[in-house]
Design a binder for this molecule. Structure first.
Ligand code: GAP
Length: 516
C-alpha cells in the first residue's frame, strides 16, 4: 500500500471507528474543522496528560496555567500578530485555487532535494561497498547542480520574505516555473498578505472598539500572566509556565486532514531564562523534546530536526521537530528562542513593568524566553498514522483472514483492555463482569459479549485496545483468565488477582515518564 492509500484509509478508519468526524457533517462539514469521537477524545486526553505530567510534574521549576481564549486586543498588537501574522497567498487564475506562496517554493526546494537523494541512492547501488558518499556528493555534477539550485531558491525566498518583497516572491515562483497542480498552468496572480487571525465582537455594541480575536497561539496567555505566576509561585529564574488549550487560525491552505486545521489545540511551555543564557536552554529543550517524542516508541528514525530558514518575527533561533507523516517529514513541534520580544513588547504596550529581580546578580531584567510548542492534533495524527496496519492473520486460536489493527502505544491507547466472556452463557458473563468491576476504576475498560470471540478481537484491534481479558470455562474452576496481546495475538493465562498489576505495568504513563 502506498502512502497516499494509507492516508485515505486512515481517514476513513478514523471516522468509521469513532476517532475523528468532519465537523457538523450533517450540514456537509466545515472545511478544516474536525470533531473527536469517543476514542479520538480519549487518545487526545491521554496525549495531553503525557505532556502535562512530563512538563509540570517532572520539572520542579515548571507550573501549568489555563488562560482564557479571549484576550485584550492590545495583546495581539504587542505580540506582532496584528501586523505580521500573515501568510503570503497567491491564486492560480485558471484553476481559481489559492496557495501559500512560501509553501509552493518550499515544495519546489523539497523536490530538488529529493532529486539529490535519488542520485546518491543510484550511486550507492552502482558502486556498492566501495561507495564514498561524501566524495560522491562533492563531485557528482547532477548532485551539485541540484544542491546549488535548491540553495539559490532558498536564499532568494528568505530574502524576499524577510524583506516583505511580495513582487520578488512572485518572480521567484515564475523563475522556478512552478505550475498549479490542478490546472498545470503558470497563470499566477500577484502575491498578497493575508492575516490569519479570526475576528469577533465582544459585548452588545458592535463597533471598531469591540473587535477582539480568537487567540492564534496559547503562548500570549502565558506572557501576560508572567508576573502573576512568578510572584504568586515565588518562581526563580530559570522557570517555565505550561499551558494546553485551543488556538485558531484562518489557514489559507487547510488540507491533510487534522494536520492543518482552523481550530486546533496546542501544548506550549514558555521557559524564562537570563538574557544571554537562551542558547544553552534552547539546546536543552531541543534534546528534551525529541526524547519525549521518541519515548512513545514509534521509531527514532521517524523524527528529525529542521532548522528554520526564515525566522518568525519574535525569534533569534528556531527549529521544528518533524515527523515522518504519510505525506513526508513535516512539522510536529516548534522550539523557538523568542528573546525578550514578547515580554518587552507587553511592557511597552501595557505600560506595566514585566521584569524579574535576580537575587543572584542583583539586577532587574526582562527575561528571555525559550518556547516549546506542539500541536495535540498533529500528535494524534502521528500516532494514528504510525499505528495503522493491515495484516493477514495466521495465528492459532484466531479466525483467519485480514485484520486492521491500530498499534497505538499502550499507555496512550484510548481503551486499555476489553473484558470478554468466551460465550454468553454458563455463568461466564457474570464472572466477566466481576473481573470488569475489579479493573474499571483503574483503567478505561470495555465489556463485550456480542458475536464470536474472533469478531470481538477484531473490533478491539480496530480501535487499538492493547489487551483483551478473556473469561472462559477454566476461569470458573481456577480463577484464571487469558490475556490476549493485540500486537502479537499471543495469549497468556494468568490469575485474575494478578491482572491489575500486570496491566498497570504495561499501560501506565509511568512507563513513558521513566524513559525521560
Ligand atoms: N507559539 C508558537 C507557535 O504557535 P507555530 O509553529 O505556529 O508556533 C506550533 O505552532 C505548533 O502548533 C506546530 O508545530 C503545530 O504542531 C501546531 N499547529 C500550528 N498550526 C496548526 C494548524 N493550523 N493545525 C494544527 N496544528 C497546528
Amino acid at each position: 500500500m502506498n502512502q497516499d492509500e494509507l492516508f485515505k484509509k486512515l481517514i476513513a478508519h478514523s471516522k468509521e471507528y469513532g476517532y475523528i468526524f468532519p465537523s457538523s457533517e450533517i450540514y456537509d462539514g466545515l472545511s478544516a474543522v474536525y470533531d473527536y469521537g469517543q476514542y479520538g477524545s480519549e487518545l487526545k486526553n491521554n496525549i495531553k496528560r503525557y505532556w502535562w505530567e512530563a512538563m509540570v510534574r517532572l520539572n520542579e521549576n515548571i507550573v501549568g496555567i489555563d488562560a482564557a481564549i479571549f484576550m485584550h486586543p492590545r495583546t495581539w498588537e504587542a505580540s506582532g500578530h496584528v501586523g505580521a501574522f500573515n501568510d503570503p497567498l497567491i491564486d492560480n487564475k485558471d484553476s481559481k485555487k489559492r496557495y501559500r506562496a512560501d509553501v509552493l517554493l518550499e515544495e519546489h526546494i523539497a523536490k530538488l532535494e529529493e532529486k539529490v537523494e535519488k542520485e546518491v541512492e543510484k550511486g550507492r547501488r552502482k558502486f556498492g561497498e566501495t561507495f564514498d558518499e561524501a566524495q560522491f556528493r562533492a563531485t557528482n555534477p547532477n548532485v551539485q547542480r541540484n544542491v546549488a539550485k535548491a540553495d539559490e531558491v532558498r536564499r532568494r525566498m528568505v530574502d524576499a520574505l524577510t524583506g516583505n518583497d511580495l513582487e520578488a516572491v512572485r518572480q521567484l515562483i515564475l523563475d522556478c516555473e512552478i505550475v498549479c497542480p490542478i490546472s498545470g498552468t503558470r497563470n499566477w496572480t500577484e502575491v498578497r498578505q493575508f492575516n490569519l487571525m479570526f475576528e469577533t465582537k465582544i459585548g452588545s455594541v458592535s463597533d471598531e472598539s469591540s473587535t477582539i480575536y480568537l487567540r492564534p497561539e496559547t503562548a500570549q496567555g502565558i506572557f501576560v500572566n508572567f508576573l502573576n505566576v512568578q510572584k504568586t509561585g515565588r518562581m526563580k529564574i530559570p522557570f517555565g509556565i505550561a499551558q494546553v488549550g485551543k488556538a485558531f487560525r484562518n489557514e489559507i491552505v487547510a488540507r491533510q486532514f487534522i494536520f492543518r486545521m482552523r481550530e486546533f489545540e496546542q501544548m506550549e511551555m514558555q521557559f524564562f531564562v537570563r538574557p544571554g543564557e537562551e542558547m544553552k536552554w534552547y539546546e536543552y529543550w531541543k534534546a528534551a523534546r525529541i526524547k519525549w517524542h521518541r519515548a512513545l516508541g514509534m521509531g527514532d528514525e521517524n523524527y528529525r530536526y529542521h532548522d528554520h530558514d526564515k525566522l518568525a518575527h519574535y525569534a533569534n533561533a528556531a527549529c521544528d521537530i518533524e515527523f515522518n507523516f504519510p505525506f513526508g517529514f513535516k512539522e510536529l513541534e516548534g522550539i523557538h528562542s523568542r528573546t525578550d520580544f514578547d515580554l518587552g513588547n507587553h511592557q511597552k504596550f501595557s505600560g506595566r513593568k514585566l521584569q524579574y529581580f535576580d537575587p543572584e546578580t542583583n539586577e532587574s531584567y526582562v527575561p528571555y524566553v525559550v518556547e516549546t510548542s506542539v500541536g495535540v492534533d498533529r500528535l494524534v495524527l502521528s500516532v494514528l498514522a504510525n499505528s495503522y496496519c493491515e495484516e493477514k492473520v495466521q495465528k492459532d486460536g484466531e479466525e483467519g483472514g485480514e485484520r486492521v489493527v491500530l498499534r497505538i502505544p499502550a499507555p496512550i491507547a484510548p481503551v486499555k483492555l476489553a473484558v470478554l466472556p468466551l460465550v454468553k452463557k454458563d455463568g461466564l458473563p457474570e464472572k466477566a463482569r466481576e473481573v470488569l468491576s475489579e479493573l474499571r476504576c483503574d483503567f478505561n475498560c470495555q465489556y463485550d459479549e456480542k458475536d464470536s470471540i474472533g469478531k470481538r478481537y477484531r473490533r478491539q484491534d480496530a480501535i487499538g485496545t492493547p489487551f483483551c481479558i478473556t473469561v472462559d470455562h477454566q476461569s470458573l474452576e481456577d480463577n484464571t483468565v487469558t490475556i490476549r496481546y493485540r500486537d502479537s495475538m499471543e495469549q497468556e493465562r494468568v490469575a485474575i488477582n494478578a491482572v491489575r498489576g500486570i496491566m498497570d505495568e504495561k499501560v501506565s504513563l509511568r512507563s513513558l515518564l521513566n524513559k525521560l
